[in-house]
Write a protein that binds this ligand. Structure first.
Ligand code: FES
Length: 68
């Protein structure tokens, strides 16, 4: 990762959309296996409809997800 990856992690909940994760954080699956991170900002699905979970694929728009 680049210099930006060394920044403190932030998590931003998009209105009716994914969680945007930025900064120095390692993502792992349910077994603790690291997930490949290809971008500085990672969008994690919170609607449950993504075909590429745990990442957001934009499906929240199609299902008109409304965040609690
Ligand atoms: S939040 Fe985007 S697909 Fe679920």
């Amino acid at each position: 990762m680049t210099d930006r990856a060394a920044q403190p992690a932030t998590i931003e909940a998009c209105p009716n959309g994914p969680l945007l994760v930025r900064g120095d954080v390692q993502l792992v699956d349910g077994d603790g296996t690291p997930l490949e991170r290809r971008r500085r900002t990672v969008a994690l699905c919170r609607c449950g409809a993504s075909a590429i979970a745990p990442f957001c694929d934009g499906s929240h728009k199609a299902i008109r997800f409304v965040a609690p």
